[in-house]
Design a protein around this ligand. Structure first.
Ligand code: PAF
Length: 281
């Protein structure tokens, strides 16, 4: 049976009150819709860990630095509700825009440090938009646990830092990236690629894996990255925006993998910007 779609905060608060009074734990899976198996794995993790699960769907205009990207972002509420039906979630919160950004909304949440590099540098304002909407969604749902995919690893760290700094009583849980059989990380943006584009895009993961193995052996990213970029361009990517080695704990940039680290990439194919990352070692 499909879960109720809730559009008003007052109704969501009513549910929260009833569940809390019954002593039930609440988990939230924040999404922008266009759900795929990656999102559904977060729902499964939330179902396993919490008595009640809320999935939020809100295409957040404040986190898009590119108006074209916002306009093209897939909006598939009906299909999303159908995909969630077998999971027995307790509510799908699809807030009316004024529940998130009421007339005169003037507050922003900005997280420094972990936001500064990679996505933060390439997409100015993106993480301010993410941190602001996620802070609101945490406070509105009152959840005790939140589930985020490691595909957006930088986002995961930004959100965790934000919740900790603002004393929002929620545990932010990272879940492994879900991949197509080809290795391509699941993403709502994959919907915009042709069959040929999808095949070419699947070269990103093996290139990252190979690079990660070489970094693990002690090589420096500076020595390897020109070849790796050339491989991606030869595979059909139009542009490699960055390849970056960063500490897994605070995302400080590294030259060699001499601390627990991850390798991150952003690259364009068929005019679509894809990101991915792998653990090094
Ligand atoms: O990862 C996403 O889908 C979004 O950035 C999020 C966390 C739902 C905030 O809008």
């Amino acid at each position: 049976m499909s879960a109720p779609i809730i559009r008003r905060l007052a109704e969501l608060r009513g549910k929260h009150r009833d569940w809390t009074m019954a002593g039930e734990s609440i988990g939230v899976v924040p999404t922008m819709g266009a759900l795929h198996a990656g999102h559904l794995s977060l729902v499964e993790a939330a179902k396993a860990a919490c008595d009640r699960v809320i999935v939020t769907i809100f295409v957040n205009p404040k986190q898009f630095n590119n108006p074209e990207d916002l306009a093209n972002y897939p909006r598939t509420e009906h299909e999303d509700a159908a995909k969630l039906a077998p999971y027995g979630v307790d509510a799908i919160y699809v807030p009316d825009p004024e529940e998130i950004y009421p007339q005169g909304f003037a507050t922003g949440v900005s997280v420094t440090g972990v936001s500064d590099q990679m996505e933060g540098a390439c997409r100015p304002g993106h993480f301010d938009g993410v941190a602001t909407v996620v802070a609101k969604l945490f406070l509105q749902t009152g959840a005790g646990k939140a589930f985020f995919g490691e595909k957006d690893y930088q986002q995961l760290l930004v959100v965790r830092r934000m919740a900790r700094d603002l004393d929002i009583p929620i545990e932010v849980i990272g879940c492994p990236t879900v991949r197509e059989a080809s290795g391509l990380a699941m993403s709502s943006r994959n919907l915009r690629l042709s069959a040929e584009g999808l095949e070419k895009a699947s070269r990103l993961y093996p290139v990252l894996q190979r690079l990660a193995a070489e970094l693990c052996g002690g090589a420096s990213l500076d020595a390897l990255q020109d070849d790796a970029k050339a491989d991606l361009l030869a595979a059909g990517f139009e542009e490699v925006e960055y390849l970056s080695l960063n500490s897994s704990e605070d995302l400080r940039p590294l030259k060699t993998a001499d601390a627990p680290s991850r390798l991150f990439a952003a690259a364009w194919i068929e005019g679509v910007r894809l990101i991915d990352n792998v653990s090094v070692g």
